[in-house]
Design a protein around this ligand. Sequence first.
Ligand code: UT7
Length: 372
Amino acid sequence: MTSPSSAAGDRARALIAGIGSCLPPLVVTNTQVIARGNLDTTDAWITGRTGIHRRRLAGPAISTGDLATAAARAAIDSAGSAVPRPDLLLLATTTPDRPCPATAPEVAHRLGLGTVPAFDLAAVCSGFLYGLVTASALLRSGTCRAPLVVAAEKYSTIVDPFDRDTAPLFGDAAAAVALRLGDADEPGAVLETDWGSDGGGSDLITVAAGGSRLPATGIDTGIGIGTPGHGDRCFRMRGRQVYAHAVRRMTSSSEVVLATTGWRPEEVRAFIGHQANQRILDAVADRLGVPPRHRLGNIRDVGNTAGASVPLALADAAARHACAPGARTLLTAFGGGLTWASATLLWPDAPVRTAAPEPRPPLHDHQEVSPP
Ligand code: UT7
């Protein structure tokens, strides 16, 4: 489904005015993953099948919210004083700090954003682009003036360290963009979007326990719901099937959004896809006809960072000045749900900021906010 026309005028677009990212400091190489001795795998298998050489892990002291707060603050800093103070925060994550409440309000609070609306968005690895579509629509409708789209993940808390199908793949990270309204020909302008889902494939990527079908607690609820085993609490993926869906959906969604924008694939100067697997990225780019020199990404160094992977790759490439501001850019993602989304934009002209994770300050008793 493509984006609706704008209430703010045909040329008004959401514009990426600030970019921030946060990687936890602990680097874990494939050799270190293998040295744990609990996976029957090899460096050759991991690098050959996925393109991943190392990943970053957060460790017990750093939460998704800590990564998100740092990345969001970095994006605000990157946007500078020309952009209004953020008035909405949207956090794409599959690994919130707690099942309840959402992590976004606490991140907004830690950023000092007062009482702005803040909510989590669950679209798994398509989360950032789902967030970008949502925030763009809210911005263009006049519902907000300066939304922050943050994507943060700590998959190390849900990946089964004994599952060789998934354990070597994932890393922890966060990245964020600060948006404002701009013109369709300005660097950073988000031009067209496409998004979709297919719940018929919902069993292909799952964490079975922790919801209303199977509570995570194992407490006898008295209503006949079973207790979860270890595997139910972990992330499970039917990799081979997901692979085929990922290639198909990212390709078709990219084709839709390129056609809506009026660009030919060979005119794309920056292609960033969800970094699940370098082979998937190459298959999508090959099918579209985007030449290798215009494919950007950092899966080699960060692994699959789920919802954070697209903005993280954007931040990495922008920090390296891999593209000129205004260059034709295609973003596409695919994830559990199944979900997928794509966007065309003009390469942003924002000074990327990177930040270390922000430890959560000690909790104080909630002070009542005076009614207005
Ligand atoms: O981020 C959300 C979306 N996720 C994705 O898009 C991921 C999609 N899937 C993939 O990226 C790939 O399917 C994987 C990387 C997960 C797996 O790669 P594959 O080339 O599709 O491997 P496969 O599942 O077809 O397995 C091939 C063989 C199997 O052995 P047999 O049955 O051929 O004897 C697996 O048991 O590789 C085996 N295998 C491993 N061997 C060594 C699976 N994992 C490992 C491993 N080390 N870590």
